[in-house]
Design a protein around this ligand. Structure first.
Ligand code: AMP
Length: 207
């Protein structure tokens, strides 16, 4: 099964993607994580991506599509994968069709008014876990692995505003794109707890 996870920044894609990947034994591919690893490693891709990420804009399509196209040829992607954060515009979606067969696109629907607080209050761990400050009670370490929690550089109000505009203008049209293909499943419980959202996703995927 090859799945796309769609949703605005802060909709909970990363959290759900890890849970889905684990339960259904799918490879979790996050283009955002790939870019962040490249930035950390000081690669050419990382240097290019950083300026776009800091501005809340999309990294150029040629670079992003080439990364995903290559990643999908690896051995570990042959038994199904979960794309988290890709495609993010129509061009990427059309490119993806040339090298992948997507079974379902899950769209996590969350009221836009909640997103700013969710993202700016987010604290993440290098192991992939993420938390909201309101539930951390001052804790600074990851409950899963003990790692130090930190705030992503692009999780600040100014960049988030730009990311939401990017989402609304470039990514949201994909909802209709996958609806027309009969592949869209809307997760309506997006404002609920991670467990509630996951429960609905499991219901959808088990069908
Ligand atoms: P994410 O971790 O998915 O929130 O992505 C963080 C940032 O990485 C985004 O705001 C974009 O700047 C960049 N990015 C991630 N995925 C893509 C993509 N499919 N196309 C272009 N840029 C991307």
């Amino acid at each position: 099964m090859n799945v796309i996870l769609l949703g605005a920044p802060g909709a909970g894609k990363g959290t759900q993607a890890s849970k889905i990947a684990e339960k259904y034994n799918l490879l979790h591919i996050s283009t955002g994580d790939i870019f962040r690893a490249n930035i950390k490693g000081g690669t050419e891709i990382g240097k290019l991506a950083k300026s776009f990420i800091d501005a809340g804009k999309l990294v150029p399509d040629e670079v992003t599509c080439a990364i995903v196209k290559d990643r999908l040829t690896w051995e570990d992607a042959q038994n199904g994968y979960m794309l988290d954060g890709f495609p993010r515009n129509l061009f990427q979606a059309e490119e993806l069709e040339k090298f992948a067969k997507i079974d379902i696109c899950l769209n996590i629907d969350v009221d836009e008014a909640l997103l700013m607080d969710r993202i700016c209050g987010r604290r993440v761990c290098k192991c992939g876990e993420s938390y909201h400050v309101s539930t951390l009670n001052g804790e600074t370490k990851c409950r899963k692995c003990g790692g130090e929690l930190y705030q992503r550089e692009d999780d600040n109000p100014q960049t988030v505003k730009a990311r939401l505009i990017t989402y609304n203008t470039q990514t949201a049209p994909l909802i209709d794109y996958y609806k027309k293909q009969g592949k869209l499943a809307t997760v309506t419980s997006g404002e609920g707890s991670p467990d509630e959202v996951f429960e609905q996703i499991v219901e959808i995927l088990d069908k």
